[in-house]
Design a protein around this ligand. Structure first.
Ligand code: URA
Length: 226
């Protein structure tokens, strides 16, 4: 079996396991777990916040208004969904689309870390504050750090982390949309740069997977949206 097929199978197996997750109270209100979607062998992975109404209904991340904007931004740089992988910090929809709670992130984060470990993207673009703070392990908000790539270790892998405004925040704010579009325009070059990073180790078995970051080290207020 090729490495690519093996990776896709491992990710599907993990998605199947995650489908019955009961780690937090969001399990009670969800229609389904929204695991992630796209190319399991992508070099570029996006990480958003949490499923909304449409995502919860259909089981696919970013298919509402923010998702349509994301598709447009991808098209502007010559990419489509099948070129990337996309997932969220939380896999289940919070009621009324409220912000994720610290304990929900803490319960859910290992699903995201395992996804990253299996996919081994080279460039991880975080959309908004929650994904940025979780994966950078730093409390700096998106307004300060958007568009500033940084090398981080995510488990055994060295990746380029690229914080971006969340498309939902840019939907109705033209100035933010302009910045988001400019930040997106750098993605193709950053993929090339990320390619040159030290090669990653092969994925490890789930039970051996290191704890990649501890969101609980961040103060709740540090995980806010802007
Ligand atoms: N916003 C997110 O952060 N994720 C989705 O899947 C949809 C909207």
């Amino acid at each position: 079996m090729s490495g690519e097929v093996e990776r896709a199978n491992a990710l599907q197996t993990y998605a199947d396991e995650t489908a019955s997750c009961m780690r937090c109270a969001l399990a009670e209100g969800r229609t389904q777990v929204v695991f992630g979607a796209g190319n399991p062998n992508a070099d570029l992975m996006f990480v958003g916040e949490a499923p909304g109404f449409h995502e919860d209904q259909q089981g696919i991340p970013f298919i509402g208004q923010a998702g349509k904007l994301l598709d447009k931004l991808l098209a502007e740089i010559g990419l489509e969904r099948s070129d990337i992988y996309i997932a969220n910090v939380l896999k289940c929809r919070p009621p009324q689309n409220r912000d994720p709670l610290l304990e929900e992130i803490a319960s859910c984060e290992s699903h995201l870390f395992r996804q990253i470990e299996l996919i081994q993207p080279k460039l991880v673009a975080t959309l908004g504050n929650f994904a940025t703070k979780l994966l950078s392990g730093k409390p700096l908000g998106i307004t300060r750090v958007h568009g500033q790539e940084q090398e981080v270790m995510l488990g055994p892998s060295r990746v380029l982390l690229y914080p971006l405004y969340h498309p939902a925040a840019a939907l109705y704010t033209p100035s933010m949309l302009k910045v988001l579009s400019e930040d997106f325009a750098r993605i193709p070059a950053l993929i090339g740069r990320a390619d040159a990073l030290t090669p990653v180790a092969p994925p490890v078995a789930a039970e051996q997977a290191p704890v990649l970051a501890a969101v609980t080290e961040l103060e709740p207020v540090q995980l806010g949206l802007f």
